[in-house]
Unconditional design. Sequence first.
Length: 387
Amino acid sequence: MNARSNLLQPAPVAPTSRSAFTLVEMLVVISIIGILAAILLPAVTSVLRSAREAALKAEVQSLSEGIERYQSKFGDYPPDFMNWNIVERHYRKILPDIAASELQLLKTMCWNASTNTYDPTAMDRAEALVWALGGYSSDPQYPFTGVGGPLALLTGATDPTNPAQYHYNIDRLNGMVELDPQKLSLRKLDDSAPVSVSNRITTTDDVSGGDLFPVYRAREDSAPYVYFDSRTYSSIETPSDPNTINGFGTTVEGDRDVVRPVMSDSVNPNPQMSGTTYGSYANAATAFLFMNDRTFQVLSPGLDGRYGAVASGGPAASDNFPAYWLYPSGQLVYAIPGAGSPADLKDSRVQRYNITSAYSDVTTDTFEKDNLASFTQSSFDNDLPSQ
C-alpha cells in the first residue's frame, strides 16, 4: 500500500471504556426503588384485599341466591335447625309424601339421648346451610336417603334406622347452588379398606368423628359460612342458660369463635315485654329489629377467617347476657331481661365495633369489622356510617 492510501485511512480511535456504577449511583437507584415500593405497596395491598373481599362477597351472594331458589322451589325458607318443631313442620309442608322413617332418622341424628331432648347443635347453623343447599333426592318419600339425597346407606347395612349405618353422600342431586367439594369439611375415606361403619364419609368439623353434617368454608383454616333463619333469630332452648339462645360457635386453630344473628339500628316498635321489663333473654332480643327480619342471614367470617370472641357480656364484668351487634353503626347490645328500653341494652363503651375498651383481652380485629353478610354492601367496617 502506498503512502497516499495510508493518508486516506481514518485515524484509529482509542476504545472507550465504562466503569461499573459508582456507589453514589447505586444508592440513588436503590433510593428510587424504595420510594416507588413505598408508594405502590399500599396500593397493591389495597387492590389485593379488595379482590379477596369481593370474592368472599360473591360467594355469600351465591349462597344467598341458593337460599332464595330453595324458597322459590319449596315455598318456604329452610330452617336453621334451632327448633325441632319448625324443622318438622317445614318438611311436612314442602315434602307432603315424606316417609315417617325419614323424619325419625333425622330426629334421631339431632336428639340428645342422655337428656332425651332435642340438641340444636347437632345440626348447627353452618351445617344447616349445606344440608339445605346440597339438594334432596327426587324420591318424594325418601328425600334424605333416596338416590341423590344427603345420606347414603352403607353397603351391607342391616338397620336403616341407625344413623351410624349411613355416611354423607358426595353425589347429591338437585342442589340449589354448586358447592365446591374442596370447601366441604369432609373426612376422606381410607381407600385401602372397605367402606364400613369405621370407614365412612363423615366430617372433620366434629371431633367425635361420627358427624354426617359438613360445613362450607372459604378456606380450610377459616370458620364456616353460617345461616340463620328469621323464625328462630331469638329462639332459646334453655331459658336458664343465655348461651343457648340462637348463635353459632366453633374453634378455629385453638381459639373460640362465635357469632349471633345481627340486629339493625332500628328499634322494634312491638317488642315482647313482661310488664315494664323484657323479662327474658328472648324478649330482650326483640328490642331491635334483626337485619332481614322476615327472611334469613348468611354470614362470612371475612378475610381473617374469624367471626370473633364476644358471645355474651354486660355492664358488669360478671354479666353473661347474650351479645348482639347493630348494623351498620357497630354498636354492641345485650339481651338483658331486667332492662325496660332499647337504650338500656346498649354498651356505651363500644362504638363502631371497637370493643377493646369493654373487653381488654379482645383485640379490635377479632370481631365483625371484616365480616360480611347477605345484607352488607361489602364488609362491616366498610359499611360503617361516616363520622
